[in-house]
Design a protein around this ligand. Structure first.
Ligand code: PXP
Length: 239
């Protein structure tokens, strides 16, 4: 079964716009779970412009599903995740000022750095995932770090999907096959939507987890959060 992890950063962005506690992200996270989400993802950034470090700490005891924390492995980030001990940490190469992740790691260049971090996570009993492009060499070097999983950066799939679905998905099928041969678990994320998700899943049914934020929150404006989550789950359940 492919799990749906809902990224709630955008909910925090709305909250932060007015400085109060509306919407309450703790309640939204719990509602996502009760509507069928299999996990919650957060991406705390150093400037705390959406999810704050305090939110991450508050969420931990409330969540009943899988908690995934993604971020650049700075010292404060690693301190946070070792304290919170989520089910999974996804390492992304973002610089602090980046609007959103826009590329995977150069796992060849950073193989030693990543290996050290993965070791630390392993010792704490936290599953690790490394954000990578659908590039075979990057997957091979990711495997050398000892990571449990990789998360494929799916923006290139999403942007080509409307004009040429077959061509868009081909490199991702190949990367997913290589990841499987290397013994890596497989997550996917970025720009996935109700339009493109089912086709990705149909072609790569062994995906462990899809992490989705932006499009899901946009859809919820029209469909409501419950129906939206049900529809995303449906995309991931069809063979
Ligand atoms: N995975 C990673 C590593 C991300 O940085 C993000 C965006 O925060 C997502 C998944 C979710 O992407 P989107 O918001 O486009 O669904």
């Amino acid at each position: 079964m492919t799990k749906l992890s809902v990224n709630i950063n955008k909910i925090a962005t709305i909250r932060n716009a007015r400085g109060g506690n509306n919407p309450n992200i703790l309640r939204v996270a719990q509602d996502c779970e009760s509507y069928g989400a299999d996990g919650i993802t957060v991406h705390p950034r150093p400037d705390e412009r959406h999810i704050r470090y305090a939110d991450v700490i508050d969420l931990r005891p409330l969540l009943k599903t899988e908690f995934n924390i993604e971020g650049y492995p700075s010292v404060p980030f690693i301190d946070l995740v070792l304290k919170v001990k989520p089910h999974q940490v996804t390492l992304v190469p973002d610089s602090p000022e980046q609007i959103t992740s826009n590329a995977g790691w150069d796992t060849k260049k950073h193989v030693n750095f990543l290996s050290e971090i993965i070791n630390e996570l392993k010792s704490a009993g936290i599953r690790s995932s490394i954000f990578v492009d659908s590039n075979i060499e990057m997957l091979e070097y990711a495997a050398k770090t000892g990571t449990d999983r990789v998360e494929l950066y799916t923006e290139p799939y999403a942007s080509m999907y409307p004009s040429n679905p077959d061509e868009a998905v081909a490199p991702f099928i190949q990367a997913a096959q290589v990841a499987r041969q290397l013994g890596l678990g497989l997550n996917v994320g970025h720009d996935l939507s109700l339009e493109n998700l089912a086709y990705l899943h149909k072609n790569i049914p062994w995906i462990d987890e899809a992490s989705i934020g932006h499009a899901l929150v946009c859809d919820a404006l029209y469909l409501g959060l419950k129906t939206t989550i049900e529809q995303y789950k449906k995309c991931l359940s069809e063979p």
